[in-house]
Ligand binder design. Structure first.
Ligand SMILES: [Cu+2]
Length: 513
């Protein structure tokens, strides 16, 4: 007994102290987690001072050469931009210090670009959503070295749509995009030009590049990912076209907003402060057959939507982002911004509003890919930073597709947080989600789709032309942090009888068309 008690007495302090240490560590960790978790939820409704007119990116100037090609000059450069009081923020831009001009072109036009890189590191300009030859795509194989000029050209051959451009150098996309190399592309066609939709650029047809930014104590962009984030950086300031605290003076009853989620990681669930309904008229690839009325709209990074909102004379209303309605499980929601509520832009309607436009009953063509004759069905599982267990290898062409054929790609996100899926070169048609008809906002042409965890998205796409056995197009998660870490693959479009070639080894900077 005595020995036993002694033994117990001797052991007790050690057990006690180790238990205390373990408890302290557990409590400390839970506490730290709890603090980060609680701080992770952001609500800026009513906090944003809307005191700056929304900047409208200028339309890019162009000249016409003797062959009728429209030529644009774009210069990627660094500079400083005044977002906050005090010190300016070091930024990058195109033909300016932050963001770039809007490229506007018409179906059938030949376009050509002189893209010069005035930075001191290589970058690229990728034409997100554009159907064009892989050598002109501006992906990781078409980087532009410092001091060099890259001159892609192609013929615009797709329906009217809101596209965009951004950097795509492998491993650096997130950082370069965050600094500000982003712009919009507006394509027109005969159909869009004859519709009665609001179309006065900057008046009742507004480009809206929506981006979150985090500023450090010295007013500089901070793109470090917060603790517990799965997607990269989440900023607590929202910029629209580079304007912080923007308002719009509304002069017409109907206003069309070309919304682009130009953020690196944040999902937006757009809606108005009074929950008024609005009309979705276009998705990534162009106009919907008919408008769809809603009061909320999810856009994941890279996705675009054109919406038309109606205003009453004299009123003021805000566009916000509401908590995500789906797409996250468990604690991943809060620590990935999905519970945030954010004021974005304020609309101030004039006392009298012009009322000369309407939403036509029919607008775009119904996506109608014939799936009777599918050449190939492929599966893509997105997990961690891999697609089908592999990470991006610049020299590995994952597969070849045959020009003139239709394929069905089945895509699944196996994580509890967000991935999305973007395919270069084509617009796809969503066939079903887990066998169910896609929701209305996914029934138009898409090039990027949010992947709700554990659902299977079946995408139909047709590869028509621009064959090149050596130069790949990309498919990837469009959270740039994920893509940079390898969540990307490469495919080539092959002509009849052609075999997969080899990615040119001459160095990306010299892979000029
Ligand atoms: Cu991802």
């Amino acid at each position: 007994m005595t020995r036993g008690l002694k033994a117990v007495r001797r052991r007790r302090p050690r057990t006690f102290w180790s238990l205390l240490t373990v408890s302290a560590l557990v409590v400390g960790s839970v506490g730290a987690f709890g603090i980060f978790y609680l701080q992770a939820k952001l609500d800026t409704v009513g906090e944003v001072v809307f005191d700056k007119a929304l900047a409208i990116p200028p339309l890019a100037e162009s000249t016409q050469d003797s062959a009728g090609t429209r030529v644009f000059d774009l210069d990627i450069r660094s500079g400083e931009t005044q977002f906050l009081d005090g010190r300016a923020t070091a930024t990058w831009g195109v033909n300016g210090t932050f963001l770039g001009p809007t490229i506007r072109a018409r179906r059938g036009e030949k376009v050509s670009f002189a893209i010069s890189n005035s930075l001191d590191e290589a970058t690229s300009i990728h034409w997100h959503g554009m159907h064009l030859p892989a050598a002109m795509d501006g992906g990781p194989h078409q980087t532009v070295a410092p001091g060099e000029t890259w001159s892609p050209n192609w013929t615009v051959d797709q329906s009217a749509a809101t596209l965009w451009y951004h950097p795509h150098p492998h491993g650096q996309t997130a950082a370069h995009a965050y600094r500000g190399v982003t712009g919009m592309v507006v394509l027109d066609d005969e159909n869009s030009e004859n519709l009665d939709l609001p179309s006065g650029y900057g008046v009742d047809d507004l480009p809206m590049i929506v981006q979150d930014r985090e500023f450090d104590g010295d007013n500089q962009f901070d793109d470090s990912a917060p603790f517990l984030s799965n997607g990269g950086v989440f900023g607590d300031e929202i910029l629209v076209n580079g304007t912080r605290g923007p308002y719009v003076d509304v002069t017409t009853r109907l206003v069309r907003l070309r919304l682009l989620n130009g953020s690196n990681a944040r999902l937006y669930n757009f809606g108005f402060s009074d929950d008024r309904p609005f009309q979705l008229i276009a998705t990534d690839g162009g106009l919907l057959p008919e408008a769809w009325e809603t009061d909320r709209l999810h856009l994941s990074p890279g996705e675009r939507a054109e919406i038309v909102a109606a205003f009453e004379p004299g009123e003021t209303v805000e566009l916000r982002s509401y908590p995500a309605e789906f797409g996250f499980t468990g604690t991943g929601a809060r620590t990935n911004g999905a519970e945030d509520r954010l004021d974005i832009v304020q609309f101030r309607a004039a006392g009298t509003l012009a009322d000369e436009t309407e939403i036509p009953a029919t607008m775009g063509a119904v996506p109608d890919i014939d799936t009777e004759d599918v050449a190939e069905v492929r599966s893509f599982e997105l997990s961690g930073r891999t697609i089908n267990g592999e990470t991006m290898d610049m020299s590995r062409i994952d597969f070849g597709v045959r020009a003139g054929t239709t394929e069905v790609w089945e895509v699944t996100n196996t994580n509890g947080y967000m991935h999305n899926f973007h395919v270069h070169d084509v617009q796809f048609q969503l066939l079903d989600v887990d066998g169910d008809e896609p929701p209305p906002y996914l029934r138009g042409w898409k090039d990027t789709v949010q992947l709700v965890p554990d659902r299977r998205y079946r995408l139909a796409m047709r590869f028509s032309d621009h064959t090149d056995p050596n130069r790949p197009y990309m498919y990837h998660c469009h959270l740039p942090a994920h893509e940079d870490e390898g969540m990307m693959g490469q495919f080539v479009v092959l002509a009849d009888g052609e075999e997969i070639g080899e990615v040119p080894r001459t160095g990306a900077a010299h892979d000029h068309p």
